[in-house]
Design a protein. Structure first.
Length: 151
């Protein structure tokens, strides 16, 4: 295992969680945006966006087990964001006949953003970010102590 293996894994997780927090912040900021996309001659509300993450190395567990048993060093790790996709859940309909975006029946389509879900996801991403900063600092401190041994 490389000396910087732990730093690389934590660094990739920090990047992924920062992206998650950015996307969640965008969702919260657009929670009331009724005119986000002009499609087929009409304005559509903002659609909630989600970050899809996957392991940096998607080989099977068996492969890593065999490498660990044999003592070889071909492991990679971490996480990468593969895409940012739109949540396809239906928009919320709210009766407000005086809203400028109300249809003929008086209903307004609002974004499919649920603030409770977004805040929960934001807390999760924030805690994951903090945990990886702690891991990064612990690894850094261990490397510093190892260097002090040589003095």
């Amino acid at each position: 295992m490389s000396l910087f293996h732990t730093l690389n894994i934590s660094g990739s997780a920090l990047t992924a969680n920062r992206l998650r927090m950015d996307v969640i912040s965008s969702n919260i900021a657009n929670a009331n945006t009724t005119r986000a996309v002009f499609e087929n001659g009409e304005w559509l509300p903002y659609r909630r966006k989600l970050v899809e993450l996957q392991p940096n190395d998607s080989r099977a567990f068996q492969h890593f087990l065999q490498q660990a048993i044999s003592g070889s060093d071909g492991t990679t790790g971490g996480v990468i964001a593969t895409s940012i996709r739109e949540d396809r859940t239906p928009f919320k309909l709210v009766y407000d006949p005086y809203h400028p975006d109300a249809d003929e029946e008086g209903y307004v389509r609002l974004p499919n953003v649920d603030l409770v879900k977004e805040m929960t996801d934001l807390m999760s991403a924030s805690r994951s970010y903090e945990a990886n900063v702690t891991t990064l600092n612990a690894a850094k401190n261990m490397y510093m102590k190892a260097l002090e041994i040589g003095k």
